[in-house]
Design a protein around this ligand. Structure first.
Ligand code: ADP
Ligand code: ADP
Ligand code: MG
Length: 680
């Protein structure tokens, strides 16, 4: 086996590969960009080499530099992970020419599958079923339109060189074709430097079902069953599971055979995924082949108990496949969700920032040998192979704007789909993140939604059930408000106990005084405000909220974790203060409350007016004033770019620019203070 490999990637997949290598006794070399000097993938590898600046083009995409590092460190092989250089045939070839093993298929196989059009021509010859469409060389717009008319609308335009859903356009009628073609070509050139397109019949309510294949250098090829990745947003996967619900064994075999035929047609070696689009009646068509390890490979590992990275390493070293088709078996059901730093309520806008608080459900990291058949009973050791987390992000790490904002993949296994769903729901409810917005609550609603629970899967599920998946924000509940209130009161008591002079108001001493807490719900558009009235009592605090009143007291508290009594009920929760926000994880919810301390010095409101913050994450593209400038209300101060639009930040009052906190080119997180203005 290799003694040392280089991992040409970052984040969770670099950590994932390193975990298997370590288990196999293989030394690992990480490469990293300036933005990743303190990243987890650097920490988990045996050696790490800086290869350039943060943008991927200057680091993770520098093929030559990476090959040089491999040679200099004595690595014998390079694992490309997914994304970046993983499907780059030139890189695979350059590795080979440098005397290094590329842990993936031969360059020729990557090339053959690199163009969706050319791949379809090959698949046609291999008798793999294709979606009706046109994938030829003639790119004349009038000709393409006549082909689309022949196929019948709706049709789907795809960039031949495409990936990641880029360039795809659905065309509903002939009259829309010309404009859609132009826009598809424009995006194709921008993203892939190639404007060639193909046309497919657009299937309505299809399922995305893909087959994991593996081949070795000795001519053996197998399929490791299927994954259902139908739950998507903008043609990108959100939830993946294995096996595909409702898959009859005969069709599994037919799809598996077709996938193996596809791989063999291009002389495939290593791990690959053949993606099919399937009608609800089960008929299926080849879409594309991804010539790498897939993001969602863990669900396959969970149901087969196999380590696919170990298989990749063995095959790359020249060994035969560890198992042949008849020896492969699957058990139970696995589901994966991708936890992203993004804001579902704001159109899934990526959210950048530092994860100040991160708590995950009890889980095994990269637990590939997961199939609990080897365990006495799968419930015996909660988390051991049942809940798996693949992540390259730790508490205190930042989600940077340069790379994919994925925080983690959360994968669960169950004997049945129903059990897996329950475990997923529980695991999601235990996943706590403060510092960036996440899709955790959205994922929770999604997996609990009626159509998903009933496995009524198709690629339009999220869009069709939008109303159910985005219900109006619930008002803040008493448990949430009580936890927030108690945490503030407790913190004040701690300060007062350590420094009697700091107890400025002394209101606690007087049991007849009431204190009003005004919380607003940071997650609701209109900032739903809630007033909580507190009266001090010897046994605790009497909280009045709306028409109800309850005596609240602290049962136990350690760090951020609280157990409080509300009347006779016991409530458990986690409370994290993040500047002006109070994050409460309780009552099956992550609530974010804004709290303005009425006792804080009176200038607070005034000072706040001078605090100009970024409305969304973005980049500063112009600073229009100098420090010390005297400006009138409405004067443009700086311009930022976010979501491909420019936003001008103007002075809210007449004032003096006290401090500029960012310069042109800087990335800013949502809510970051941009400058301070002293009002006149
Ligand atoms: P998969 O097909 O394995 O499920 P996806 O369809 O989610 O993966 O994404 C397609 C590919 O694009 C993956 O290899 C993914 O890692 C890659 N990708 C997506 N976003 C980025 C990014 N910001 N940087 C690098 N690679 C990315
Ligand atoms: P990418 O390279 O971006 O992964 P794919 O060809 O794999 O592109 O397609 C991505 C997704 O787009 C599929 O998973 C599916 O949801 C949708 N899609 C692709 N082709 C069709 C089609 N012919 N009809 C309906 N949906 C399709
Ligand atoms: Mg695809």
């Amino acid at each position: 086996m290799f003694a040392k490999i280089l991992i040409a990637n970052r984040g969770e997949i670099a950590c994932r590969v390193a975990a298997s290598a370590r288990r196999m006794g293989i030394k690992t070399v990480a490469v990293y960009s300036e933005a990743d000097a303190h990243a987890k993938h650097v920490a988990v590898c045996d050696e790490a080499v800086l290869i350039g600046a943060a943008p991927a083009k200057e680091s993770y995409l520098c093929a030559n530099k990476i090959i040089e590092v491999a040679k200099a460190t004595g690595a014998q092989a390079i694992h490309p992970g997914y994304g970046f250089l993983s499907e780059n045939a030139e890189f695979a070839q350059a590795c080979t020419e440098a005397g290094l093993v590329f842990i993936g298929p031969p360059a020729s196989a990557i090339r053959a599958m690199g163009s969706k059009s050319a791949a379809k021509t090959l698949m046609e010859k291999a008798m793999v079923p294709l979606v009706p469409g046109y994938h030829g060389d003639n790119q004349d717009p009038a000709f393409l339109q006549s082909e689309a008319d022949k196929i019948g609308y709706p049709v789907l335009l795809k960039a031949s060189a495409g990936g990641g859903g880029k360039g795809m356009r659905i065309v509903d009628k002939s009259a829309d074709f010309k404009a859609a073609l132009a826009s598809c070509q424009r995006e194709a050139v921008n993203s892939f430097g190639d404007d060639r397109v193909l046309i497919e019949k657009y299937l309505t309510q299809p399922r995305h079902i893909e087959i994991q294949v593996f081949a070795d250098t000795q001519g053996n090829a197998v399929y490791l069953f299927e994954r259902d990745c139908s739950v998507q947003r903008r043609h990108q996967k959100v939830v993946e599971e294995a096996p595909a619900p409702g898959m009859p064994p005969a069709r599994r075999q037919a799809m598996g055979d077709a996938a193996v035929a596809a791989a063999q047609a291009v002389g495939y070696v290593g791990a690959g995924t053949v993606e099919f689009i399937a009608n609800q009646d089960g008929s299926f068509y080849f879409m594309e082949m991804n010539t790498r390890l897939q993001v969602e490979h863990p669900v396959t590992e969970m149901i087969t108990g196999l380590d696919l990275v170990e298989w990749q390493l063995r095959v790359a070293y020249g060994e035969v496949l560890p198992k042949l088709q008849a020896e492969l078996d699957m058990r139970g059901h696995a589901i994966e969700v991708r936890i992203y730093a993004e804001n579902p309520e704001k159109g899934f806008l990526p959210s950048i920032g530092t994860l100040r608080h991160l708590r995950t459900p009890s889980a095994t990291e990269f637990s590939t040998v997961a199939m609990p058949s080897s365990h006495a009973g799968e419930g015996s050791n909660e988390g051991d192979g049942i809940v798996r987390i693949d992540s390259g992000i730790r508490r205190g790490d930042a989600i940077a704007p340069y790379y994919d904002p994925m925080i983690a993949k959360l994968i669960v296994w169950g004997k049945t789909r129903e059990q897996a769903l329950l475990r997923m729901s529980r695991a999601l409810s235990e996943y706590q993140v403060v510092g960036v917005a996440t899709n955790v609550a959205f994922l929770q609603r999604l997996i609990k939604s009626a159509p998903f629970a009933a496995a009524q899967l198709d690629t339009g599920l999220i869009e069709r059930h939008h109303a159910e998946l985005f219900p109006p924000q619930a008002t803040l509940s008493l448990p949430v408000l009580a936890l927030a209130t108690v945490s503030i009161l407790h913190a004040e008591q701690q300060v007062a106990a350590s420094d009697p002079w700091a107890a400025s108001s002394g209101w606690r001493m007087n049991s007849h005084l009431q204190r009003r807490f005004n919380f607003s719900d940071a997650q609701s558009d209109n900032g739903n405000a809630s007033d909580v009235l507190v009266t001090y009592r010897r046994e605790g605090w009497l909280l009045h909220y709306g028409d109800s009143a309850a005596l609240v007291s602290i049962d136990t508290q350690s760090d951020d974790d609280w157990i409080i009594k509300i009347g006779s009920a016991t409530i458990k929760g986690t409370v994290v203060r993040d500047e002006e926000s109070i994050h409460v994880f309780a009552d099956d919810r992550h609530a974010v409350l804004h709290y303005k301390d009425p006792l804080a010095h009176a200038n607070a409101a005034e000072a706040d007016a001078g605090r100009l913050t970024a409305p969304m994450p973005g980049k500063i593209i112009a600073v229009l004033v100098k420090q010390g400038a005297i400006v009138a209300k409405g004067t443009p101060l700086l311009i930022m770019e976010a979501m491909k639009m420019e936003h001008t930040i103007a002075a809210p009052t007449d004032g003096t620019v006290e401090q500029l906190l960012y310069a042109v080119g800087d990335q800013v997180a949502e809510g970051a203070q941009l400058l301070s203005l002293k009002s006149r």
